[in-house]
Design a protein around this ligand. Structure first.
Ligand SMILES: Cc1ncc(COP(=O)(O)O)c(C=O)c1O
Length: 421
């Protein structure tokens, strides 16, 4: 009774229709398989179906900003830990999944940010989602003041905190944040969630200013330094370290997967907050711990990044050089105070086509960034030159970009040829 035979569940139709809409809007996601060549980073190998054999491609969109994932000591640390401890952690942190390496890495990260304690999560996404959701459901009446451009992982945590209230403030707008803080009940527990480097626009927040407001209105501060750790500050402790304000931030969150080139996420904070999240955050408790090989590699990477500044110094020199070459060739880019170089395109299909042509015709890979990652009409290529992009790679990329942006009508055709770098 009540059984329906051979009926297609409506969810299948929903998927088909949604995918049609996504394709129609030029937002269908395709991934480009590329094999990183550890010894030749940022050169990757692309297997091509249509022509024989593989070929080298220069990648301009990696988030392994410093190339730490291919540093021999980091690779060796992973291999050594696999040999010594096996491939996986074998359990949650509570169920035999905590190795001495986990504890050492947490202590190292706490020291990096000048905090009492650190806590590892399986990714930066999970660290944000689990920490914010847990904090914002811990007491009644929380109000979360969230920057308008916060990452999806923070939004997931904030939205998932049932019973809390969210107030979104205009991006990096301290006047708007203050007006909103002032309008909130004085006795409500408040938290301000924001990032240091916003990775799509490449702008940087005023951490000191936000912390001053937090003090004035009695708010906790939660700072995502995912795109800054490893790159900014004397030891790579992020923008809060560079600006000398890390001690003013209650919770600093980061990833081991970008500037540190490995994998995993973390928070650092007071021993009390870390202890609380360790004991209550579902996304920390109920999942298998990071494998010791990942933790060993991350530990080697964080130690190296803290001790050696030449990679981040070279990165910023290379970014300046790349901008100089773009400017000289008349290729427009958005000037940012960070290491991120967005090239505005402004149309999803065109953005994807330029990225595809860059790869197919010139052997350079730059990710097209489309809606929903950025608002419609602001589609762009997001480039992150690193310490190992050579002048020759840059000249070739700038020439290719100039040509394609002109051919695709993003910039007017040149009247006199030969001015490109
Ligand atoms: C601002 C921000 N926070 C958190 C994350 C998630 O970090 P992970 O890649 O380690 O999960 C990202 C990922 O791109 C991010 O851009």
């Amino acid at each position: 009774m009540g059984a329906i035979k051979n009926a297609r569940h409506p969810f299948y139709n929903h998927c088909d229709e949604a995918l049609d809409r996504i394709r129609h809007a030029g937002r269908y996601r395709t991934f480009t398989p590329l094999s990183r060549q550890a010894e030749h980073f940022p050169v990757y190998e692309e297997e091509r179906q249509d022509v024989s054999g593989a070929r080298d491609v220069v990648v301009w969109s990696t988030n392994d900003y410093l190339g730490m994932g291919v540093v021999p000591e980091v690779q060796e640390a992973a291999i050594e830990a696999v040999r010594a401890h096996g491939a996986g952690a074998g359990g949650t942190r509570n169920i035999a999944g905590t190795s001495p390496l986990h504890n050492q890495l947490e202590a190292e990260l706490a020291a990096l940010h000048g905090k009492e304690a650190g806590l590892l999560f399986i990714s930066g996404y999970v660290s944000n989602q689990a920490s914010l959701q847990t904090i914002l459901t811990s007491m009644p009446g929380w109000i979360c003041f969230s920057d308008q451009l916060n990452h999806a992982s923070m939004i997931a945590g904030i939205k998932g905190a049932r019973g809390s209230q969210t107030v979104i403030f205009a991006h990096n707008d301290l006047a708007d944040l203050e007006a909103k803080l002032a309008a909130a009940p004085a006795d409500a527990p408040k938290l301000i969630a924001f990032e240091s480097v916003y990775s799509m626009d490449g702008d940087i927040s005023d951490i000191a200013g936000i912390c001053a407001l937090a003090r004035r209105y009695g708010a906790l501060t939660y700072l995502d330094e995912v795109h800054a750790v490893g790159l900014y500050g004397a030891e790579g402790g992020g923008v809060s370290q560079r600006d000398g304000v890390a001690d003013q931030v209650d919770i600093i969150e980061g990833t081991l997967a970008k500037g540190f080139g490995v994998h995993g996420g973390y928070i650092t904070a007071s021993a009390t907050i870390v202890d609380f999240l360790r004991s209550t955050a579902s996304g920390f408790i109920f999942t298998t711990a990071l494998p010791p090989c990942v933790v060993g590699a991350a530990l080697a990477s964080v130690r190296k990044v803290r001790a050696e500044s030449w990679r981040r110094e070279t990165l910023f020199e290379r970014v300046d050089m790349f901008r100089h070459k773009l400017r000289a060739a008349g290729v427009p880019f958005t000037m940012t105070p960070s290491h991120i170089v967005p090239i505005p395109v402004g149309d999803a299909e065109r953005c994807k086509r330029i990225s595809r042509r860059l790869l197919n015709e010139f052997g350079h890979y730059a990710t097209p960034i489309n809606y929903p990652t950025v608002p419609e009409g602001t589609e762009r290529l997001r480039l992150t030159p690193g310490p190992f992009h050579t002048d020759e790679m840059m000249d070739d990329m700038v020439r290719a970009l100039g040509l394609l942006l002109r051919e695709e009508g993003v910039i007017p055709a040149r009247e006199t040829a030969g001015q490109a770098a």
